[in-house]
Every structure is written in C-alpha cells, then in structure tokens.
Design a protein around this ligand. Structure first.
Ligand SMILES: *Cc1c(COP(=O)(O)O)cnc(C)c1O
Length: 367
C-alpha cells in the first residue's frame, strides 16, 4: 500500500462483533432470527429511557451538553460521589481508550487477562502501550499470576468482574489482598459491565464503597442490564485527578443528547432493572438445568451469558444453529475451541435455543 500506517497499530486485529440479525435474515432468507450473541438485553430498553430520548428528538439541531449534566448528577446521587469523580463515555469502550491514551507512554505496560475483552488490547496498542497478557486459571482471572507480571513499566491493570466470556468473578477478600501487594502508582481498572447480574454476595463490588482506593477506576455501562447498547453510553468513577486527565482528552460531545437523556432516565427505572434481572436469573437457571440433563459441561455464570462445552469444534455447532436462525457465539477466537457462549434471552428465546441445539446434537448422534 502507498499509505503506511503507524507501526504500533500494524498487528491490531479488528473487533469481531456478533453477527447482526438483519444480515442473517438476508443471507438465509428466513424471517425469524434470534440473537443471543452480544450479551444484549432481551427485554428491549426501559420505557422511561425510550420516552426521555423521544422527547429529546425535538432539539437534535443543538449540540449535546458537554458535561452531560443530568446524567452525571443522577450517577453522583446514586453512588454518593461527586460529579468530579465521573467520566461519561460513548460506551465504556470509549473510556478504556481514554485511560490508555491518558496514562500510557510508548512502551508502558498494561497487564490484562488472556483471553479478554478485545477493546483493552486495541485501546492499549493504539496508545502505543504494550499489553501483557496473563492466562486464566480454572476459567477465572489469575490474580497471583497477574501480580507476577507487574514490573517497572506497568502503568495499569485490567480486571473484568464478572468475567466475559466465562462469567466467573473476583471475590472481595482476594481482591483486597491483591491490592495490598500492588504498587501505589498503578491504575487498577475494574470493568464491571455485568456486575448488576451477579448473585454471589462475596463478589467484589468497587462501588459498594466508592473511592476508597485512589488507584481504582470503575467502568460501568448502560449497554447490558439497562438495555441501551444502541445508544452508546457508559461511565467511569474514579479519583478526581484521574478524571481531570480524561476530561481533558475526551471529545467534548462524546455522549450524544439522546443517550444522555436515556441513561439518566434508565437509572431511575428500578422496575425495568428488576425485570431484567429476574428474566436473566431464571434464564441462567434454565440453561444450567438443560445442559445438565444433556450431559454438557457448562460454567456457573454470574453474568447474562453462559458458556457451554460442546466437546467438539464449536464453530460447527454455531454454524448449525445459525442456519436455524439462532445466533450464538463460538468461543474459538477466545481460545475455547469447543465452547459456545450463549446470551440469556427471553424464556421463549432460551427454549428455542435449547431445542435447536438438541436437534443438532441428535442429528449428529444418528449419523
Ligand atoms: C459489553 C462490555 C463492555 C461495555 O461496552 P460498551 O462500550 O459500554 O457497550 C465493557 N466490558 C466488557 C467486558 C463487555 O463485555
């Protein structure tokens, strides 16, 4: 190519999003497709959020408020922090990138689990940092091993809790011990994209007592439990001095007006959140029971998805399910070649998913 990209981005592999429903409908020429691939909320979004966004449509000729006033005040109220501790983002993906650009000099290291959410690596590499990857142990983050990778160039460390794609968690006591052993100058980025779904009371929750440790940056999102993935709105809570740096480098209008209004309203819709949790929890229980009866190994999940072992190349099963209009995720690209990750859907979607899966497995048996 005539135009040579920066060398530090040369080996970045592009983010692979879940297959869009419309694309599958077009390709297979079928009407009824369900998507259980991207950990989205199966109930849609909060009616209060939809209404707030719709009301905002009449002033879309205006720029959004750069400070996201209503949204950040609602968050400050909820978590008993000051708005100075909050950074809003175009999804939490945006904030991951801001952290990397704000705190990594070329060659600085960011310790992260392997496999992990691809945006950590993309954020770190575009900021000319170096990802240092630490393999999971028993499908969970290996804090001891991560600690061993912390060196003089380490600037930040990523914790995902609950973990995507396995649904495992970091426990409060383990996390506290871990922090004690970490140097003072390292940002501990705790990505809690799925924490609303967790039922295990021993899980570490960084916002139970926010801002106790100035190194901790909490990432949260409206994309999952609040059902606003399409709006793109996330936030982070952190020490004021860290927040100042991120505000300096973020785009002034990084959360659009509709998303600001939807986010603020969604926070107040406790009914919708409770409904979401209830559907998700009964869905997790349903899949666990069904997989148990089918003799399939599955991981106990504290998130809104579940990983199941097909004991064979899972992309084949993925493809078979796709042909029946059920989109799930093969975990091959995550290094779990025989696993699928299934996002919890509505009761009907979950049942259809299991029945399609059973059909495929039975067909294989009788071959
Ligand atoms: C979905 C997800 C996010 C949230 O992404 P948004 O940009 O807020 O939509 C963050 N971290 C992990 C691990 C996720 O799976």
């Amino acid at each position: 190519m005539k135009f040579i990209p920066n060398t530090h981005i040369a080996d970045i592999s592009p983010y692979q999003a879940g297959k869009p429903m419309e694309e599958v409908k077009r390709e297979l020429n079928i009407d009824s497709v369900i998507k259980l691939a991207s950990n989205e909320n199966p109930l849609g979004c909060s009616p209060l959020a939809a209404k707030a966004a719709a009301e905002r449509l009449s002033c879309m000729n205006r720029y959004p408020e750069a400070s996201a006033f209503e949204l950040t005040h609602a968050l400050a109220d909820k978590y008993k922090v000051r708005t100075e501790n909050i950074v809003h983002g175009n999804g939490s993906d945006d904030i991951i990138s801001l952290l990397a650009h704000g705190f990594l000099n070329p060659g600085d290291e960011a310790v992260m689990p392997e496999p992990s959410f691809l945006m950590y690596e993309i954020g770190v590499k575009t900021a000319k940092g170096t990802p240092v990857k630490v393999p999971l142990k028993d499908y969970a983050m290996d804090l001891e091993a991560m600690l061993k990778q912390v060196g003089p160039r380490t600037k930040m460390l990523f914790i995902t809790n609950p973990f995507n794609p396995t649904g495992t968690v970091v426990y409060r006591n383990d996390f506290m011990e871990f922090c004690k052993k970490l140097p003072e100058n390292i940002l501990i980025i705790v990505d809690e994209a799925y924490i609303e779904f967790a039922r295990d009371s021993e899980i570490y929750d960084s916002l139970a007592e926010p801002l106790q440790d100035p190194r901790i940056v909490t990432l949260r999102t409206f994309s999952k439990a609040y059902g606003l993935a399409g709006f793109r709105v996330g936030y982070a809570i952190m020490d004021e001095q860290i927040a100042e740096i991120l505000h300096k480098i973020r785009q002034p209008f990084n959360v659009n007006s509709l998303a600001q209004a939807a986010g603020a309203a969604a926070l107040k819709d406790e009914d919708f959140l409770q409904q979401t949790l209830s559907v998700t929890h009964s869905g997790i229980d349903f899949f666990s029971r069904e997989f148990g009866q089918m003799g399939l190994e599955h991981l106990p999940s504290q998130a809104n998805f579940i990983m199941v072992n097909m004991n064979q190349d899972s992309t084949r099963i993925f493809q078979g399910m796709l042909e029946k209009g059920v989109i799930v995720r093969s975990m091959k690209s995550y290094g779990f070649d025989t696993f699928l990750r299934i996002t919890i859907g509505t009761k009907e979607e979950n049942e259809r998913c299991v029945s399609v899966l059973k059909g495929i497995l039975n067909r294989e048996k009788t071959k």
